[in-house]
Design a protein around this ligand. Structure first.
Ligand code: FAD
Length: 466
């Protein structure tokens, strides 16, 4: 990369890869690319010490650390170990207690975890430019050649050129949102696929009971299209928040949290330690995450679990796959990082996490359009069992627990349509996963695949909205 000051001064430095955004996705990509010998520039609008400080539920599965070979959090970075999750029905009469290998995890200090990932990236040789905001991509002849960035300390603008640019700017997707249509990448995502959240970290008067359990509450009146959560952190601290779907006329998640959750006796006399809001793209990954000279990862590529909104793990998976692919593209073959040579990012991500996301996206659409009444009955009669829920969350198929007796009960209650929708959800969930596992190995077959995907999700939307 030549770093060219917009006034014309240029230095002789050159980078192979510019990673925009030093979150979980960007730090991981920068680390793996730099450790393979690439010259990497990692930029973030935050100052070095604030990197990693993000509003989050702070929960992450242990399996992500195992898959990435990351040491488990410890010391101040570890708030608490998670043994399981309790999921409450809207009337609070049914509680699903889900535990098992796939659920074990950690409540982390998000800021310290982010700082650790940044250290890994820098120790591997990536050069950090903090307090630097990427303004827009440099696009020439259908290729992304770098970014225009603003130095937030000195105020000047710089033209940063790189052979490949990775957009890891999170939900804002600064680079993605400015790509031209011929790149073949979706620049906008639907509001229907976004959850807007508000959360606080609070100190309670006393430690919660069963502190190893994260609580998720389904309640469409309190959290339409989303849920609210209470996750115990270290000592008397809890992470409490609420997310609602970004549908037209959606309520304010902060007012909903205050009106429905923080007003309960548990929070009497509690104090605020940290507060804030944010958006989560809770859908399947973008259909394609690559173009000539550009890759998208993390929230910018919608690499988030659509059911619970966990995105730290998948964003790191996306980061590593992107780095490995860039290394192969620049050091093997013709060394040209074209859309074709970066295509393995799509194939590998879909197989490792995207197919699971695609299936869970169907389930998310199903859940979002149920009523509280449906949820109470469905959970009360265990139409899906805890074990099956665990399997689905791990990427398995959705098995229904329907007996002739349940069918009769639901017929008597006039709720047969709920059973029908559940059947459709199970069948479409499996189909979505298969389509994503069979992601086209080259861009040639992509238009056919995309049509198949569009048909499946428009069918899901129309079936569940009725
Ligand atoms: C309220 C809430 C609760 C959540 N709870 C959980 C949870 O419990 N578990 C979980 O796994 N996930 C959770 N998530 C999701 C998770 O936080 C994200 O999926 C994850 O952080 C994605 O990482 P990322 O690297 O893609 O983006 P981010 O972590 O958002 O990082 C993006 C980085 O890019 C930088 N940046 C942005 N724009 C620019 C620019 N123009 N120029 C330079 N730098 C830029 C930002 O400063 C930031 O450092 C939650 C999200 C929210 C909002």
């Amino acid at each position: 990369m030549a770093v060219i000051n917009l006034e014309g001064r240029a230095d002789l430095e050159s980078f192979d890869l510019i990673v925009v955004g030093a979150g979980t996705a960007g730090c991981t990509a920068a680390r793996f690319a730099a450790s393979a010998g690439l010259k990497v520039c990692l930029i973030d609008l935050k100052d070095r010490r604030s990197i990693g400080d993000k509003v989050c539920g702070d929960a992450i599965g242990k399996h992500h650390f195992d898959e990435l070979g990351l040491p488990y959090p410890r010391g101040d970075e570890l708030e608490r170990r998670i043994e399981g999750i309790e999921i409450y029905s809207p009337d609070l009469k049914t509680v699903f207690k889900v535990k098992g290998e796939g659920i074990y995890g950690f409540m982390i200090n998000r800021h310290l975890f982010g700082q650790r990932l940044l250290k890994y990236a820098e120790d591997s040789g990536a050069e950090l430019r903090d307090s630097t905001r990427a303004l827009k991509p440099i696009i020439e002849g259908g290729w992304v050649r770098g970014v225009i960035a603003k130095d937030m300390k000195e105020g000047g603008k710089a033209k940063l050129q790189g052979r490949v640019v990775i957009d890891a700017t999170g939900f804002s997707a600064t680079i993605r949102s400015q790509l031209p249509p011929e790149m073949g990448i979706e620049t906008e995502i639907s509001r229907e696929d976004v959850i807007v959240c508000y959360r606080e970290i609070r100190e309670l008067r006393e430690e919660m009971d069963r502190p190893g359990y994260c609580r998720i509450y389904l309640n469409l009146k309190a959290a339409p299209g989303g849920y609210y959560w209470i996750f115990p952190e270290g000592g008397r601290k809890v992470n409490v928040g609420l997310g609602v779907a970004l549908w037209d006329g959606h309520p304010n998640p902060k007012s909903q949290l205050y009106g429905n959750v923080l007003s309960s006796p548990l929070f009497e006399g509690s104090s605020i330690i940290h507060l804030g809001g944010g958006y989560v793209p809770t859908r399947r990954p973008l259909d394609s995450m690559v173009g000539n000279g550009i890759i998208l990862i993390g929230d910018a590529a919608c690499q988030v679990n659509p059911i619970h909104g966990g995105g730290m793990g998948p964003s790191m998976i996306g980061g590593r796959i992107a780095a490995e692919t860039v290394v192969e593209a620049l050091t093997g073959g013709d060394g040209v990082p074209s859309r074709e040579s970066l295509w393995p990012v799509n194939v590998k991500y879909m197989r490792s996490y995207g197919a699971k996301q695609a299936g869970l996206d169907v389930f998310r659409m199903f859940l979002q359009h149920l009523s509280d009444d449906d949820l109470n009955y469905g959970m009360g009669y265990r139409l899906i069992t805890e074990e099956d829920l665990l399997k689905v969350s791990m990427g398995g198929d959705l098995r229904l627990n329907l007996t002739e007796k349940t069918r009769r009960v639901f017929r008597g209650l006039g709720k047969l349509s709920l059973l029908r929708k559940l059947y459709h959800a199970a069948s479409l969930l499996g189909k979505a996963k298969r389509i994503y596992y069979n992601y086209p190995s080259t861009p040639d077959d992509f238009p056919r695949w995309k049509t198949e995907v569009e048909e499946l999700y428009s069918r899901a939307r129309s079936l569940f909205k009725k």
